[in-house]
Design a protein around this ligand. Structure first.
Ligand code: GTP
Ligand code: MG
Length: 381
């Protein structure tokens, strides 16, 4: 087998037959297979099986009943399961013209690059298929931000967000990729230095069916981009910082309504602890929730920790001010920084610890490794 074409699908039934037809026509003469990785809730799997019967090349289907990692997870599963090392990844809605596959394939076969990106933004390419002006603006802005965040790794790439690319599986570190609904190409390019070539293509309008892009996905993308760039610790810090502002806001609002300072501070602190927990579940430790203990147990640990921290921190500040010739502001700042570090360590090692630790490594070793993983998730350019 020379080539595997991987198509992630989520409810793309009306596009499958046309896609199979055009892919088969495009790869005529190449020993290729077509692999659908499907998370659909509609009849896409049946339609794929039906189309497979009369297709000129082998058409395989992986249907995931409990999908992990969203779109990125699906692509990764396809790459793992592919029969060929050379893989072309493309959308299932015909926004990526199958007629471009031979060009991607020929380019990667030359062997001097690890990835070939089909780009909307290089000479001859076009993004005209984006649904409306707002989508064009979102796409251009997120591409610019992404490139600004990885100026060196992405210097040769005009379209790091594309879902249309060819990759040689033997030249990437599959185990190091973290599928999390993320644009998997960006993850590959950002995590290690790769040799990249681009070919232009015209992004077509969706053939049929509904878009899965949403505001929520956009927010997820930004959170994941931050995590990829700065590591989880910074995302955790951003959420903590926002929480502190909200905390101040609540105290201000309640006291200006005439409430005594103390109950106002307690209400604000508890509300912030709750809000932070929800945000960190969603954005910081989401990829670990699957293997960690249940959500109520995580909440109990996090809630207890934060309240104990609060109780301990106040007397420590008082102690530092009374005995250490420090001003209250300096003392508070020092304890906040220390508390932040302790909080991060506690959350990544205890609250979100995997339920069934592997028996082979010692607890200390495992803890250190996972802490290192969490805090240092790629930080280099
Ligand atoms: N397996 C799998 N495929 C997905 C998932 N989400 C999206 N896809 C597929 O990924 C491809 C890209 O998704 P689209 O919804 O087309 O995203 P888009 O091109 O940014 O948005 P549109 O303007 O609607 O085309 C399509 O083939 C989808 O069916 C998912 O969670 N799992
Ligand atoms: Mg699409």
């Amino acid at each position: 087998m020379q080539l595997t074409i991987i198509v992630p699908t989520f409810n793309e039934a009306p596009n499958v037959a046309e896609l199979v037809r055009r892919v088969c026509a495009a790869v005529d003469g190449v020993d290729a297979e077509l692999l659908f990785v499907d998370d659909s809730t509609d009849d896409t799997p049946d339609v794929v099986r039906e189309a497979a019967r009369s297709a000129a090349i082998p058409v395989r289907l992986i249907h995931r009943d409990s999908p992990t990692g969203g779109l990125g997870g699906a692509v990764l599963e396809g790459i793992r399961d592919a029969r060929a090392d050379v893989c072309v990844v493309m959308d299932g809605d015909l926004q990526h013209p199958p007629e471009k596959i031979p060009e991607l394939y020929e380019r990667i076969r030359q062997g001097d690059v690890d990835v070939v990106v089909a780009s909307r933004y290089v000479g001859g390419g076009a993004a005209t298929g984006l649904a409306d002006r707002a989508r064009v603006a979102v796409s251009a802005t997120s591409t610019a931000i992404t490139k600004a965040m990885f100026p060196i790794r992405l210097k040769d790439v005009t379209d790091p967000m594309t879902g249309f690319f060819a990759v040689d599986r033997s030249r990437i570190d599959i185990g190091g990729l973290r599928p999390r609904g993320f644009k998997i190409l960006l993850e590959m390019l950002a995590r290690r230095s790769m040799r990249v070539a681009e070919v232009p293509f015209r992004f077509a309008p969706r053939h049929a069916g509904d878009s899965k892009a949403s505001f929520r996905q956009g927010m997820h993308f930004l959170a994941q981009l931050t995590a990829l760039r700065f590591g989880k610790m910074s995302l955790f810090a951003v959420i903590g910082g926002l929480g502190a502002l909200v905390n101040l806001g609540i105290v201000w609002a309640l006291t200006s309504f005439g409430m005594h300072y103390l109950p106002a501070a307690v209400i604000a602190a508890e509300a912030t602890i709750l809000g932070n927990f929800v945000l960190q579940e969603r954005f910081v430790f989401r990829d670990m929730t699957g293997e960690a203990s249940g959500v109520w147990s995580r909440f109990a640990k996090s809630f207890t920790f934060n309240n104990v921290e609060l109780l301990v921190r106040i007397p420590i500040v008082a102690l530092m001010v009374n005995t250490g010739h420090l001003t209250a502001v300096v003392a508070t700042a020092i304890t906040l920084v220390l508390a932040f570090i302790v909080r991060f360590v506690f959350h990544s090692l205890v609250v979100y610890a995997p339920r069934t630790p592997s028996a082979k490594k010692s607890t200390v070793r495992r803890s250190l490794e996972s802490l290192d993983d969490q805090a240092m998730a790629p930080g280099e350019l």
